[in-house]
Ligand binder design. Structure first.
Ligand SMILES: [Zn+2]
Length: 253
């Protein structure tokens, strides 16, 4: 599997830290996890358009993770309806209420194109495993304010990778990362500057050690942590490899 970090920022995105978004590529599938601010442009930089995607997974509905979702689906519709692009089926997975979320956004925007969407399928995925083409994905409910948040664990080619989404320390994230090869994690908070409800650097280290994670990549970064050595803080508790995520960084597992 190949993973590209499209955006390693959060609500406070900037040119070097776009909003959360990750591209996961298996042999023949393109999977997008979260749709934060700037993700469309990052994909275009890579030569990938919305109609090239097979799957979108949404970790939770907070705006920093979803702000570009509806506009991406509208872009797909426009390219198909007016520019002759022939998109492949697109499956959009998310927490409870994913279809209603899109319909609600469409209504607010006063541009309800949902009935005209061709071959876009919405499905809820919470606390269950799904086999899809040449990979599997399991959604683990995690604790993030009162949102229906999930972490996703993908498995393909004998390797496992987890995208935490946003979460505080909880049983769900601990279960999700057991024995994974790559853990791409919410790292909003240096140890001396807690931000509820997000993982602290030292908590990332502790759960990664306990779960026998091979490699940790820090993402969902906030300006208050830019000048902190986040990697060293995680390493206080974890002996494995830790990498500070950067936009457009590519990772192979
Ligand atoms: Zn977030």
């Amino acid at each position: 599997m190949k993973i590209t970090l499209l955006g390693t920022g959060s609500f406070v995105s900037d040119l070097e830290h776009m909003g959360p978004g990750y591209l996961l590529e298996t042999d023949d599938k393109k999977i997008l996890v979260d749709t934060g601010c700037g993700v469309q442009i990052q994909l275009i930089k890579l030569g990938i358009n919305i109609y090239d995607l097979d799957y979108i997974f949404i970790t939770h509905f907070h705006p920093d993770h979803t702000v570009e979702l509806y506009s991406m689906l509208v872009r797909r519709y426009m390219l198909s309806a007016f520019y002759g692009k022939d998109p492949r089926p697109l499956y959009v997975y998310g927490p409870k209420g994913i279809a209603e979320f899109i319909k609600g956004i469409a209504k607010i925007h006063q541009l309800d194109l949902v009935p005209q969407f061709k071959e876009i399928y919405f499905e809820e995925l919470v606390d269950k495993m799904k086999e899809l083409d040449n990979f599997s994905v399991e959604a683990f409910a995690v604790d993030h304010l009162n949102s229906d948040a999930v972490s996703y664990r993908f498995q393909a080619e004998g390797k496992k990778v987890v995208f935490s989404g946003d979460t505080k320390l909880c049983e769900g994230i601990q279960k999700a990362i057991q024995d994974v090869d790559l853990f791409i994690t919410d790292c909003s908070a240096p140890k001396d500057n807690p931000i509820e409800p997000h993982l602290l650097t030292t908590e990332i280290g502790e759960i990664s050690k306990k779960a026998n994670v091979k490699k940790v990549v820090l993402s969902h970064l906030l300006p208050l942590g830019y000048d902190t050595d986040l990697v060293s803080e995680v390493k206080e508790k974890f002996d494995g490899e830790v990498v500070l995520g950067k936009d457009l960084m590519e990772l192979e597992v």
